[in-house]
Design a protein around this ligand. Structure first.
Ligand code: SAH
Length: 265
């Protein structure tokens, strides 16, 4: 297993060391015995020590998302099921369900829950309805959004250009056992041709234009949802629909994403 030097030492893992030693490094409150139903079980005493009743806090987050205008029932269910606190550093666990972006290492951030939900909902509203389709995610980061997508799309290809985060996401996602989520290390500006055509492409990093590779790898009827720098020099959410008659661009609300960079590191 890859080393994760960026993780601070954990204080509460002695009770589970014998259960799942492989996951020790990457989940501060992943303290349940294997085989338990993660979504339904309560937290162990160690996790309660963090002052976090994960299921209840997630339900509150989902209610808030619904209040903010997220309507897709499968999406709300997925956001309620995926344990966001497992994707953030132990020092930030108490903020995992707040409407805030959080650092995930190497200068990158995990998006706010409502931004994740908004972007996925836009993807689900495309003509290609990702429910049964393949989705490409550019910018795996900690793997949280990939996990949510994994419950909604048939196959998810998620690509990350920073080796450290790619490895971290691999560790974070392992306990979820999402066999349809494929993590790739590479430059997502090139897309991932082997998985194409995609019903949806979703980017968690913003550049000055939508890369041609994404357009080429998108199925007709498919949709790209990505942050992009607009003419005014600000970043906005952009939706590109690939229709029979050509591309349709829509520029939506302002957003703040980390930059889309070429190459790997
Ligand atoms: N969806 C992520 C958010 C990660 S932040 C999550 O749930 O955590 C955006 C990520 O995009 C960063 O990790 C950054 O390294 C990555 N990124 C930026 N440019 C990229 C590129 N060309 N290819 C792949 N990943 C890229």
């Amino acid at each position: 297993m890859a080393q994760r030097p960026s993780f601070p030492a954990r204080m509460d893992l002695s009770s589970r060391a014998a259960v799942a030693p492989k996951n020790i490094a990457n989940s501060a409150v992943h303290t349940r015995a294997r085989g338990q139903n993660d979504a339904k079980s309560g937290l162990t005493p160690a996790a309660q020590g963090h002052g976090l009743d994960s299921q209840m806090v997630r339900e509150r987050m989902v209610k808030k998302l619904a209040h903010q205008g997220i309507t897709h029932p499968d999406l709300l269910a997925a956001m309620g099921a995926i344990e966001r606190h497992r994707f953030v550093d132990s020092a930030l666990v108490n903020q995992a369900y707040e409407d805030t972006s959080l650092p995930i290492g190497l200068g990158q951030t995990i998006s706010k829950p409502n931004v994740v939900a908004r972007m996925i909902e836009l993807l689900l509203q495309g003509e290609g309805a990702i429910k049964m389709g393949r989705v490409l995610e550019v910018g795996t980061g900690c793997g949280y959004q990939a996990a949510v997508l994994g419950r909604l799309a048939r196959e998810v290809y998620s690509i990350e250009r920073l080796r450290g985060l790619h490895d971290k996401a691999r560790g974070n996602l392992r306990p979820f056992r999402l066999a349809n989520v494929h993590l790739l290390f590479g430059d997502g500006m090139q897309g991932y041709a082997k998985g194409a055509p995609y019903a949806g492409i979703i980017a968690a990093a913003g550049g000055s234009a939508i890369p041609q590779a994404w357009i080429d790898q998108l199925a007709v009827g498919g949709r790209i949802v990505a942050p992009m720098e607009t003419a005014a020099g600000q970043q906005a959410l952009v939706v590109v629909d690939k229709l029979e008659r050509g591309l349709k661009h829509s520029v939506l609300e302002a957003v703040h994403f980390v930059p889309l960079k070429s190459g790997i590191a």
